[in-house]
Design a protein around this ligand. Structure first.
Ligand SMILES: O=C(O)CCC(=O)C(=O)O
Length: 257
């Protein structure tokens, strides 16, 4: 489930590749469901859709409701609404990791689909996940865990996630913004320090939220779809809306599929 060696690697490098944790059939079902959702064959109220602008510039299109059947969505949020994905998010391996790092009661900040459509994709510059822009009552990086699952093979060629091992130890570099400055990128993210997280469809890696990470475009004819879930302490609230409740995944009041 979770070995002391993996925990040690997580503390030192800020990430661990776990490999595939569910059967090939279950992965195939998730891939199929992702396809059903982008094509509008399965609809869940409240999901948020953003089409891909594509390109080397970090320019994003506005998001909102379902915008029609398309393989060109860049990001879709709200996957806890889908029973198949919710069950996956509640897998005992993620229970073990979140218990070790966060505690008994665990919610999610977000559960999102991140796609680099074939012959498209938008560059996502180096960034950390957190800071005041998340508008949370606590942004202590140690109470968060990102779990990223490849829904297609993710390769260097089709825009897999790239990260800087150990960079979580720098703490939060930008309190306010999402991305870091060019100067910080020059200083902390030289190409020789970066690691490309190449995964087969179904494989998983976990990441500390303060690890510097990025991803590129996809010039290939195969999509690179990923499913990224950010788990956090269920006691965390939104600063601008104390009555808002994040979806609870483990512990008291957890959602049921
Ligand atoms: O999937 C990607 O390309 C980026 C993912 C990411 O930034 C995240 O999961 O936090």
């Amino acid at each position: 489930m979770l070995t002391p060696g993996q925990l040690e690697q997580f503390r030192e490098e800020g990430y661990v590749v776990l490999g595939q944790i569910v059967s090939d059939e279950e992965i195939e079902a998730l891939r199929q469901r992702a396809d059903d959702i982008v094509m509008g064959r399965v609809r869940h109220e409240g999901m948020w859709f953003q089409l891909d602008a594509g390109g080397m510039e970090y320019k994003l299109l506005p998001g909102g409701e379902f915008q029609g059947a398309s393989q060109e969505y860049r990001k879709i949020e709200g996957w806890e609404r889908d029973p198949l994905f919710l069950r996956y998010m509640q897998h005992p391996v993620f229970r073990a990791w979140t218990r070790a790092l966060i505690g008994e009661n665990v919610s999610i900040f977000r559960a999102m689909f991140m796609n680099k459509p074939a012959h498209k994709g938008t560059v996502l510059p180096y960034h950390q996940d957190g800071g005041t822009q998340w508008k949370l009552t606590s942004c202590d990086g140690d109470k968060f865990l990102t779990v990223w699952t490849a829904l297609d093979d993710a390769t260097r060629e089709n825009g897999c996630v790239q990260l800087i091992p150990g960079s979580h130890k720098l703490g939060l570099l930008s309190e306010r913004g999402h991305t870091i400055t060019e100067e910080q990128e020059r200083l902390y993210c030289p190409e020789e320090k970066s690691r490309y997280i190449e995964l087969k469809a179904g494989e998983v890696f976990v990441m500390h939220n303060f690890v510097l990470h990025r991803s590129g475009v996809n010039p290939t004819d195969k999509p690179r779809r990923g499913f990224s879930v950010c788990y956090m302490d269920a006691a965390i609230r939104r600063v601008d809306d104390p009555d808002h409740r994040f979806p609870v995944i483990f512990g008291e009041g957890a959602l049921t599929a």
